[in-house]
Write a new protein. Structure first.
Length: 449
């Protein structure tokens, strides 16, 4: 699929995931059931009553959706074709505002929507409110087996799905082929993966590249990007309730210090003009690359075709961004909302319609068809990056449940990453001390184990 609209969830500069949504043109003004921007999606010819196939009465009515996303016209048209009696009332709410709007609506006794779009960075906070339906229970009976194996832990509470993921956000690493060919001897993705199976090998090769180029070529432009990968590759959560897994975090910080001390990562801050401009240059060989990266970051900043390639990152895939949908308990039109979620995210017809709108869903079966998974992008030449993302990378990707404390840790890590990048005397012990100090200031009940 070439030149399709692609990618979801771009985060703001101080909150990477929110910036993802902004870059993907997915955010907007806040709103609610009263006030805010609303839009009703209605099929061309809606019947208020009718009969479905097999003689069952067709569902009719309207459900309310809180979202910051733009309309997906093909998916909506396909949904209306299947369910001509169901209308969608879309209420614009910024991704970052969803938790607060939920809290204020509940506190004031207001009416919650029938379905909520949930951005990854806000997921733990919303899940922790315990307001979402168990979608594996009656009357929904969601089948987790139609999704990818790594989805269930990330979208569950008490081992029950409470949200259904919408857009794929698996990630690998992209690299500039001429630089790889010159300094590593190959630009073939599979050969690169064999050469760089783990981060120790990657760092060693990075030192060679730095030496061969006379210090002109580094592996990554930003230590923040390295942290995005390492954080995404962990196979256990940072927190168990209010207890931080110090050993896990320390192992990641130690690796960051190793990258920094090797001199193979530059000091650019992510999402800055200098960072954006770096993709069109020849100074940095690699970048983390979620599925939205080709269109929304690499493409706009590098107009030269066939310069990039995609590979599985050393030590496996990871998740970067993505959104999901949940149904609040007691929603008036939960049955109608569920038909929309189920169709768009858990069926072949929905997956095919979403693909035409530039969205790849988590409906696993669709990717067994190579014609469906195929996706190319001009910057990556003829490489089937769809096959690489959805088969090779997805097959070695895991995800973990998030904790409400993760956002506070992200804020602490943002401070530490900037200091690590710019002060070589700032090592692992100082970084861990600073992190624990920041956490204790904002989370008095936190413990370290």
């Amino acid at each position: 699929m070439r030149r399709s609209k692609w990618g979801r969830g771009i985060a703001q500069a101080m909150n990477a995931l929110i910036l993802i949504s902004l870059l993907a043109a997915c955010s907007g003004a806040s709103g609610g059931n009263s006030g805010g921007n609303t839009k009703t999606s209605t099929p061309a010819a809606v019947e208020n009553s009718g009969t479905a196939e097999g003689g069952d009465k067709a569902p009719t009515g309207e459900f309310v959706l809180w979202t910051w996303e733009p309309e997906h016209p093909t998916a909506i048209a396909a949904f209306h074709e299947k369910y001509p009696g169901i209308k969608i009332k879309r209420v614009q709410v910024e991704a970052a505002d969803v938790p607060k709007k939920l809290q204020t609506t509940i506190a004031s006794g207001g009416e919650l929507p029938d379905v909520i779009r949930i951005e990854r960075g806000q997921k733990a906070k919303i899940f922790n409110m315990d307001i979402l339906e168990d979608l594996e229970a009656d009357p929904y009976n969601a089948d987790r087996n139609v999704l990818f194996e790594y989805d269930a832990p990330a979208f569950s509470m008490n081992d029950h799905l409470v949200a259904i993921p919408d857009d794929m956000s698996v990630a690998g690493v992209a690299y500039i082929k001429p630089l790889a060919k010159e300094y590593l001897g190959t630009d073939n993705p599979e050969e690169m993966e064999a050469m760089l199976p783990d981060w120790d090998a990657f760092i060693d090769k990075g030192k060679e590249v730095l030496d061969k180029s006379g210090g002109k070529v580094m592996m990554f432009p930003s230590l923040g990007g390295v942290y995005d990968i390492l954080k995404g590759q962990r196979d256990e959560p940072y927190f168990e309730d209010n207890k931080l897994n110090v050993q896990l975090l320390q192992s990641i910080v130690a690796r960051l210090v190793q990258f920094r001390d090797a001199g193979i990562v530059d000091k650019l801050d992510q999402w800055t003009p200098a960072w954006n401009a770096s993709f069109g240059g020849d100074k940095y060989m690699f970048t983390p690359s979620p599925v939205w990266m080709p269109q929304y970051v690499i493409g706009p900043n590098d107009k030269k075709p066939d310069r990039w390639a995609l590979m599985v990152a050393p030590e496996g895939g990871f998740i970067r961004g993505g959104s999901s949908h949940g149904i609040p308990k007691g929603a008036k039109n939960a049955d109608l909302a569920w038909k929309w979620i189920e169709f768009t995210s858990m069926t072949q017809a929905g997956a095919e319609a979403q693909k035409k709108d530039g969205v790849f869903t988590h409906f696993k079966e669709a990717y067994q068809n190579k014609e469906f998974s195929n996706w190319t992008w001009e910057n990556f030449g003829s490489q089937d990056i769809g096959e690489k993302f959805f088969v090779d990378i997805s097959g070695v990707t895991t995800d973990v449940a998030e904790n409400v404390n993760d956002q506070v840790l992200d804020e602490a890590m943002s401070i530490v990453l900037q200091t690590l990048a710019k002060d070589k005397s700032f090592g692992m012990e100082q970084a861990m001390d600073r992190i624990q100090k920041e956490l204790k200031a904002k989370l008095p009940d936190i413990t370290f184990g």
